[in-house]
Design a protein around this ligand. Structure first.
Ligand code: DUC
Ligand code: ZN
Ligand code: ZN
Length: 492
């Protein structure tokens, strides 16, 4: 017997896939942690035969909106039960969702409120990013440093939306605090006034249908704001993550900035690989089901996203699950009279995130299994301070993994999914490969198409400092002198 007591769980005969390689071995789990990885391990108290399956690290979805009220005041369709159940059925074992400050809210109250909601309902592990919309002196000098030190080591800021956006001065203020504390700044990068100006002219001319959402959110608004976000971050000498990258040109901006030595990370999502702006060109308001911000673009941008994942320009693949029902509670606040400017922005995708990429990326020959794991789990763990506990199948890590059957073909329907959006933009797609069993800290969460755990059994994860995915270039002498002059400090 390996060790003094039997394993609680042994997964045998599977093919283990990590970001740095694959191997055929068994996995022994004790007390929720991986205790051994080797061929021919002894039987566990539970013994699972994974013959014919990939055993992959549980997905980490580091961008999802759960039980969150939007800037426009609309509650999303999933609470922490339905959201985490849906995530688990799709092979995800950790989510990082948002604790969203609305202007006037005290940050500690916001964090406490989201914590209470999740504690009672989540079935997998979870953590939070702060959405910061009101960076006053107390927030910047007191609350933000405190929540970062307590384990919320990333925050999202917006360059658009009337009720969320920060101006460039505020962004620099936030970035300098994040730099001092070692937190990661996530940027929603779209030019507010470009969108506002286009939308105004469209509405004036009676162009109100959902398909005009993509016209209003022109790719140039994304390109410009991406460039500006990176320039601000370079000035403040802080790493930055551009979230939900959609457009071909924005990807070029990121690639070029990296060549110049910028510490810029980038995320994209299923909707930018599998949807197009033209999907929202449907009769009536049906197209609202495909509207999110930034909007899906065209085939050239889809190809650029695939290429960005393949060459490492894009570091993480998240769902940006923002589920709104196709009714007055969500997408259609003014019923049939709802214009594209009034619809809630966002698409559901927390459950299909991994199956879509496994099918089209791994089975479709565009991505290696190692790249799939890096993009869906390992890079999230490192970038958001969850490693080495999460993101890899390794001795000492949490026993978070999914058993993927690469032979299983699944035709997607909304009714098979576990979120509360009530529709899926991927209806009718046939996917190859499916996560048939999902384990979180050694607990079987999903098996035989059924949930195996109780509401509230997920755990909050306080995170450490983000780890750079690439070596951070030393500041040039000029930038170093500048940082000294204006008093910028890098966290140690
Ligand atoms: N931004 C997001 O990050 N998610 C949904 C909609 C949005 O604008
Ligand atoms: Zn956003
Ligand atoms: Zn989002």
């Amino acid at each position: 017997m390996t060790g003094s007591t039997p394993f609680d769980l042994t997964i045998r005969n599977g093919r283990i896939g990590n970001a740095d390689g694959t191997l055929r071995a068994d996995i022994g789990v004790r007390d929720g942690v991986i205790a051994a990885i080797a061929p021919g391990l002894d039987a566990g108290l539970r013994d699972v035969d994974a013959t014919g399956h990939w055993v992959l690290p549980g997905g980490i979805d580091s961008h999802c909106h759960i039980e969150q009220r939007s800037g426009m005041g609309v509650m999303c369709a999933d609470d922490f039960h339905s959201g985490t159940v849906s995530a688990a059925f799709g092979g995800t074992t950790t989510i990082l969702s948002f604790a969203a400050q609305h202007r006037g809210d005290r940050i500690p109250d916001v964090i406490a409120a989201y914590g209470a909601l999740a504690r009672e309902k989540a079935v997998i592990d979870y953590g939070f990013h702060l959405i910061l919309t009101d960076p006053d002196e107390t927030a910047l000098r007191e609350h933000l440093p405190r929540v970062i030190r307590e384990g919320i080591t990333s925050l999202k800021v917006y360059m658009t939306y009337d009720k969320l956006k920060l101006d460039d001065y505020q962004l620099l203020e936030v970035m300098s605090v994040a730099g001092e504390e070692g937190a990661l700044v996530m940027m929603h990068a779209e030019n507010h006034d470009m969108i506002r100006w286009i939308a105004h002219r469209l509405l004036e001319r009676g162009h109100v249908a959902p398909k005009f959402h993509a016209v209003a959110h022109d790719p140039l608004a994304e390109t410009e704001a991406t460039n500006r976000a990176i320039a601000l971050a370079r000035l403040a000498d802080v790493p930055v993550l551009i979230v939900h990258v959609a457009g071909r040109e924005a990807i070029e901006v990121i690639r070029d900035a990296r060549r110049l030595g910028a510490a810029v990370y980038a995320e994209s999502c299923p909707q930018y690989l599998f949807l197009e702006a033209s999907d929202s060109d449907l009769p009536g308001l049906e197209g609202a089901k495909f509207c999110c911000s930034p909007p899906p673009r065209d085939v050239a941008s889809q190809e650029a996203v695939w290429a960005g994942f393949a060459d490492g320009t894009l570091d993480v693949y998240s769902s940006d699950h923002a589920p709104y029902r196709f009714d007055a509670s969500g997408k259609l606040p003014r019923g049939d009279a709802t214009t594209f400017k009034e619809m809630a922005n966002g698409v559901p995708g927390i459950e299909l995130r991994l199956p879509l990429l496994f099918s089209e990326g791994v089975m479709g020959g565009r991505l290696s299994i190692e790249a799939f794991v890096a993009l869906t789990s390992t890079n999230h763990a490192r970038m958001y301070g969850l490693a080495p506990r999460k993101g890899a199948i390794a001795v000492g890590a949490d026993a978070d993994f999914a058993l993927w059957n690469p032979e299983r073909r699944v035709a997607v329907t909304a009714s098979m999914l576990h979120d509360n959006a009530g529709y899926t933009p991927y209806e009718g797609r046939v996917l190859q490969g499916w996560p048939e069993q999902v384990y979180s800290r050694g607990r079987c969460v999903v098996r035989d198409g059924a949930l195996q755990v109780e509401r509230g059994s997920g755990c909050y994860v306080a995170r450490g400092r983000p780890e750079p995915l690439r070596e951070r270039p030393a500041a040039s002498p000029e930038r170093g002198r500048f940082s000294d002059l204006v008093g910028l400090r890098r966290a140690r």
